[in-house]
Write a protein that binds this ligand. Structure first.
Ligand code: SAH
Length: 345
């Protein structure tokens, strides 16, 4: 766990860890459950926890614990109801989270790292490199802070903001356990989606650890050669090996996998690309989510022409591959996929 010295985030603790802490401080175990419940309700400090004895709260504070919700540095609201927040944690790290409204309910896209070191050439999040991974508690804190701010229920979480979740695997799992806990936020595992750029060991572990959580894989190309052009991670984890790991994932978990495919004008949006992709995917439990590229300032890539997006979709459909085109939310406030970044200009 990270954080600034002597300031420990109580949001990082599982109920079991909180129980040991509370008993070490000479209090009854059930106090842990009370505190955990308050945190899930969005309590901003120990002072909000009315039914917990003041002496316990003082001991916690004396031992260096605090409720590590981030400070909201900036809040932008889009015409479509999307809210993007720039959050700052105690050590000065800044990340972005995005609240979105869908027909099936409200969703939040959270960040898993401060920056990213994966280097995808079309994405803004990687432009300033990686500063550090976020802790599980800091991921939970984004959901709680966003709910406090919007005063809206949030029933779905996607870990598709800044960062590569499987480059911070243990803390992502900690987050999932924390938010899923019945005594806390109690979010169903099926309401959580994690997106990876294709870190194969992560995919394998994920299938074993949390098979009920949805997995999305950023593919963005129909073959190794093209994938390598935009995604450096492809040099470490090759295309065939990745497809093999994904197929294994669907077999072990019996869950469908989503492939994300950002359509970039003249790079990966041709009919040939669509046919090649369909060839690789037909006959297994997948779903392709086409994302017309969101343009990022400072990057030369342009978004695919609407006609090419349509054609790409049709080729996949005709070959029996389930496909949708992602509705772009929040692009007027740079909150769309790939537009989140560490440094504000
Ligand atoms: N690192 C993880 C999760 C973060 S990105 C991953 O790579 O999956 C969330 C999604 O947005 C990924 O599919 C990513 O490739 C995509 N993305 C990145 N930049 C984009 C852009 N400019 N336009 C559209 N999608 C983009």
């Amino acid at each position: 766990m990270q954080g600034i010295e002597n300031k420990k985030n109580i949001l990082d603790l599982t109920p079991a860890e909180l129980e040991s802490l509370v008993t070490e401080l000479g209090e009854k175990k059930f106090r842990a459950k009370q505190i955990f419940g308050w945190l899930a309700k969005g309590a901003e400090s120990f002072y909000d926890m009315h039914n917990v004895p003041a002496r316990l709260l003082v001991s916690l504070a004396d031992a260096g614990w605090h409720v590590g919700l981030p400070e909201t540095m900036e809040e932008q609201r889009s015409k479509d109801g999307t809210v993007k927040c720039l959050f700052r944690f105690d050590d000065g790290s800044e990340i972005e989270s995005v609240f979105m409204k869908y027909d099936y309910g409200n969703s939040i896209c959270i960040s898993s790292q401060v920056g990213c070191r994966m280097g995808c050439s079309f994405c803004a999040s990687t432009m300033d490199g990686l500063a550090r991974g976020l802790t599980g508690g800091e991921m939970l804190a984004q959901v709680l802070a966003m709910r406090n701010l919007t005063r809206e229920d949030i029933g779905h979480v996607v870990i598709m903001g800044m960062g590569e979740p499987f480059d911070n695997y243990d803390e992502v799992i900690r987050f999932i356990r924390l938010i899923n806990d019945r005594d806390g936020y109690d979010l169903g595992l099926r309401n959580i989606t994690v997106s990876t750029c294709g870190v194969i060991p992560g995919i394998k572990k994920f299938a074993e650890d949390v098979p009920q959580v949805n997995l999305a894989v950023s593919l963005h190309a129909p073959n190794q050669q093209l994938r390598e052009r935009t995604m450096p991670v492809a040099r470490k984890y090759g295309y065939d090996e990745l497809m093999e790991a994904c197929r294994e994932y669907t077999e072990t978990t019996k869950r469908r996998i989503t492939f994300e495919y950002a359509l970039i004008d003249g790079v990966n949006d041709s009919e040939e690309c669509a046919k090649e992709l369909a060839g690789r995917l037909s006959g297994w439990l997948t779903h392709v989510n086409l994302i017309p590229l969101n343009e990022v300032s400072g990057r030369e890539y342009r978004t695919a022409q609407p006609g090419n997006v349509r054609r790409f979709r049709e080729v996949l459909e005709k070959r029996g591959v389930a496909v949708t085109v992602r509705r772009t939310l929040g692009s007027d406030i740079d909150a769309a996929c790939g537009q989140l970044r560490r440094n504000r200009e």
